[in-house]
Design a protein around this ligand. Structure first.
Ligand SMILES: NC(=O)c1ccc[n+]([C@@H]2O[C@H](COP(=O)([O-])OP(=O)(O)OC[C@H]3O[C@@H](n4cnc5c(N)ncnc54)[C@H](O)[C@@H]3O)[C@@H](O)[C@H]2O)c1
Ligand SMILES: N[C@H](CO)Cc1c[nH]c[nH+]1
Ligand SMILES: [Zn+2]
Length: 428
């Protein structure tokens, strides 16, 4: 990992450091646009072709039904079920608390306004399954969709070598009461859910993380169809802020946890102590070789870096510019700096809170904005699966109170029909 001193860096150098790979030559875009066009034209047949090309699986049908899911789920052990159940309960508990109604507001006597929640009717969930199959992502998307009350939930995940999904994905589907999983991955799955095919319903909103093909497809279809997306949730990333109260062994473990997701993941350390930084490098080198996914993690670490800063304020400033998906405050002084955190997807406080807890089971959602989109987007929550519709009711007195202002505002905009809609009611 390359090390920089914050005070030696120019503004331009910092801007370059915080920039992620955003497909500058539009190479990914070109590939993804072709895939989307093919799915639009050829529907299910294109999905079957891509399963053969990219996933190396020949499928005779595009989905697994309830009986097939049950057969796969039977392979899950009791210990694994207990862990999935714990995650399910905590995620459910944390997300259920988000489903709050709002009070009605009387803005003037006789003028009442309020908002009511309605679920998005048809949602599409993408569950990654390229380099690793992520049943935890299925929980993170399926639970808030269920709590919100979405009527139709389409699920796509890349086909695995067994010609289906893995046993854990099947088990989670049954936990969520979802009886069908479509065997489609990558940009083609996103295109299918945005345009619809013979067997996949076009949905109103697509959710879920994925690699750069998935993420690019989501950003394209959101501008070319009426299907919305949750956010760009691409390759995982973590930024650790540490001071001399931090433990290099823990920091290294957290950096490697995100690095093992994929070669395009990024793990950044911003540290007030050069000594802790150096010890962390040693720990990373020691731990990485012990990992089954050592090669992937090492490649991600090779394009990650360390910034040594003078104080924690400088560290938070750098982090706000980076806007990490995950931010770990590996310091005993975390309470002094949380208020200054402006841009981050999810924050992990102190030296004993591993980011993996949030990835799996503490209750917060792990589908989070990457590539600095945390400057403008929140992670997935129940809010992502609902619309908030405004309502208003005006009484006779209310019309007397608000009518003159509405009429004057309409006249000053030259919109006389608007003014008349009040006048005709007021003259009775
Ligand atoms: N931001 C978040 O909230 C979050 C959460 C979990 C995972 N992630 C990230 O999700 C990603 C998952 O990626 P993955 O690759 O393991 O699974 P994936 O399911 O996103 O992608 C696999 C699919 O990519 C397609 N693909 C592969 N190579 C291709 C090529 N050359 N051209 C066109 N399409 C191709 C294939 O169709 C394949 O089925 C990781 O980067 C991980 O870090 C992010
Ligand atoms: N860290 C990922 C989000 O970037 C989520 C995840 C799933 N499984 C393990 N981790
Ligand atoms: Zn993770």
């Amino acid at each position: 990992m390359k090390t920089y001193n914050y005070s030696d860096l120019s503004k331009a150098e910092i801007a370059k450091l915080v920039q992620r790979n955003v497909d500058p030559a539009n190479e990914i875009r070109a590939i993804v646009e072709d895939i989307i066009a093919n799915v639009q034209q050829n529907g299910d047949a294109a999905l079957l072709d891509y399963a053969a090309t990219f996933d190396k699986v020949t499928l005779d049908k595009l989905y697994l039904d309830k009986a097939e899911l049950e057969a796969l789920a039977a392979q899950v052990s009791e210990t694994q079920k207990a862990a999935l159940d714990t995650a399910y309960k905590n995620i459910y508990k944390f997300h259920e608390a988000q489903l709050k109604g709002e009070d009605k507001v009387e803005t003037m006597p006789g003028v009442t306004c309020w908002r009511e929640l309605r679920p998005i009717e048809k949602v599409g969930l993408y569950i990654p399954g390229g380099t690793a199959v992520l049943p935890s992502t299925f929980l993170m998307l399926g639970i808030p969709a269920k709590i919100a009350g979405c009527h139709e939930i389409i699920v796509c995940s890349p086909p695995q070598k067994n010609g289906g999904v893995n046993a854990f994905i099947a088990y989670v589907a049954l936990m969520l009461g979802i009886n069908r999983i479509f065997l489609a991955g990558g940009a083609q799955a996103i295109a299918a859910m945005a345009y619809g095919t013979e067997s996949i319903t076009k949905v109103d909103k697509i959710f879920g993380p994925g690699n750069q093909f998935v993420t690019k497809a989501k950003t394209i279809v959101q501008s070319t169809t009426t299907t919305a997306i949750d956010m760009p949730a691409g390759p995982s990333e973590v930024l650790v802020i540490a001071d001399d109260s931090a433990t290099p062994k823990y920091i290294a473990a957290d950096l490697l946890a995100q690095a093992e997701h994929g070669i395009d993941s990024q793990s950044v350390l911003v540290c007030t102590s050069a000594e802790i930084a150096n010890k962390t490098i040693d720990e990373v080198n020691r731990q990485v070789v012990t990992l089954p996914r050592a090669e992937i993690a090492q490649q991600a670490i090779d394009h990650s870096y360390i910034v040594v800063v003078d104080h924690l304020g400088q560290a938070v400033n750098f982090s706000n510019q980076y806007a990490p998906e995950h931010l770990i405050l590996a310091t005993d002084k975390w309470e002094e700096i949380t208020g200054s955190v402006i841009n981050a997807g999810s924050v992990f406080l102190g030296n004993l809170t591993p980011e993996s807890a949030g990835d799996y089971a503490s209750g917060t959602n792990h589908t989070l904005p990457t590539s600095s989109y945390a400057k403008a987007y929140s992670g997935v929550s129940v809010d992502s699966f609902v619309k908030k519709i405004t309502f208003q009711y005006i009484t006779t007195d209310g019309l007397k109170n608000i009518g003159p202002s509405v009429q004057t505002l309409a006249e000053l905009e030259g919109l006389h029909a608007h003014a008349n809609a009040v006048a005709v009611r007021s003259s009775n």
